[in-house]
Each structure stands twice: as structure tokens, then as C-alpha cells.
Design a protein. Structure first.
Length: 171
């Protein structure tokens, strides 16, 4: 499958099979995460892989009761490391670190699709509660939750606007 085919066929999955993700597959997903670009190559991110059922339930509650998170065999929490982007001052902490995490998560979503896995990028959650649940150090801020597993659904593609809406050509 071409990269563009992977991009076009990836969907947000909210129902997962009760099937574990093999370690070798998770290793490839980890590679996808860490090979994403980052501002100044600071690599300002840290990831938690959550398997514990009780902890997944608490994370789902912190994510505005999105309980489908608990169905996934593994839940990734992406954290931005604010101490690493400190050289870029306010812009690094308010902007670059979010770009960097977005690049990592997009890599993960596409690599997971290629592996036959489903994911759902979740940004709606109580950051303080997740930090408390994971006992995050002060410099780490949770910025993404991604349940990962084999899909138990096959959603239709969502409509896209035409190209003309997104581009302005300046000649």
C-alpha cells in the first residue's frame, strides 16, 4: 500500500478486538514515533504505554468518559517535554512542542494502519488528571491519548472539502 493509500484509508477506530498487539509490532510503532521530526532536533517527547486495565479506565474517565479507550489492548499517552524545548522559550513551549508531538502521533497513526491496527487520536482530556494518574514529572505534559488495537469496526470515510478550499496559489 502506498503512503497516500495508507493516509486515505486510515480511520479513527473506537471499537477494538480483544487481541494483544505483538511486541515486534509495537517496536515498529515505537520507531515511527521517535523518527518524527522535531524543532531543532530536540526530540522533546516521552511516551507511556498503558496495559493496566484499572489505569485505562481512569484515563478514559479523564478523557471525558470516552470509555471505548478501555477496549484497546494498549493505550499510548504522548507527553511533551517542556524542559527540552526551553531553549526556544515561549514559542518552543507554546508551539514547537505541539508540532513535534503532532508529527509523532501522525507517524504512529499511519504506521499502525500499515500494521493492520486501529487508533484514535484523542486530545479531549483533563490534563491535570492524566498527569496525576501517571505521576508525571513537572516538565512533562500529556498532549495526546491514542488507544491502539485491532479494529472491530470499519468506519466509512468522512467527507472532505474540495482542494480549492484549502489552497491559495500565489504566482
Amino acid at each position: 500500500m502506498s503512503v497516500l493509500d495508507v493516509i486515505k484509508t486510515r480511520r479513527s477506530i473506537r471499537r477494538f478486538k480483544k487481541k494483544p498487539v505483538p511486541d515486534e509490532v509495537l517496536y515498529r510503532l515505537k520507531e515511527a514515533l521517535i523518527w518524527a521530526p522535531s524543532a531543532g532536533n530536540l526530540q522533546d517527547r516521552h511516551f507511556y504505554l498503558v496495559y493496566n486495565e484499572d489505569l485505562k479506565k481512569e484515563i478514559a474517565k479523564a478523557a471525558l468518559d470516552q470509555m471505548f479507550i478501555t477496549e484497546a489492548p494498549v493505550v499510548l499517552i504522548g507527553c511533551s517535554d517542556l524542559s527540552t524545548v526551553a531553549p526556544y522559550r515561549e514559542r518552543g513551549m507554546a508551539l514547537y512542542t505541539h508540532h513535534d508531538m503532532g508529527a509523532s502521533i501522525q507517524n504512529l497513526l499511519l504506521a499502525a494502519k500499515e500494521e493492520g491496527l486501529g487508533t484514535c487520536w484523542i486530545g479531549a482530556f483533563d490534563n491535570r488528571k492524566v498527569a496525576e494518574l501517571l505521576s508525571l514529572p513537572e516538565d512533562l505534559i500529556a498532549t495526546a491519548i491514542v488507544p491502539i488495537g485491532y479494529p472491530a469496526e470499519s468506519p466509512s470515510p468522512t467527507p472532505r472539502y474540495g482542494m480549492e478550499r484549502f489552497f491559495t496559489v500565489l504566482e
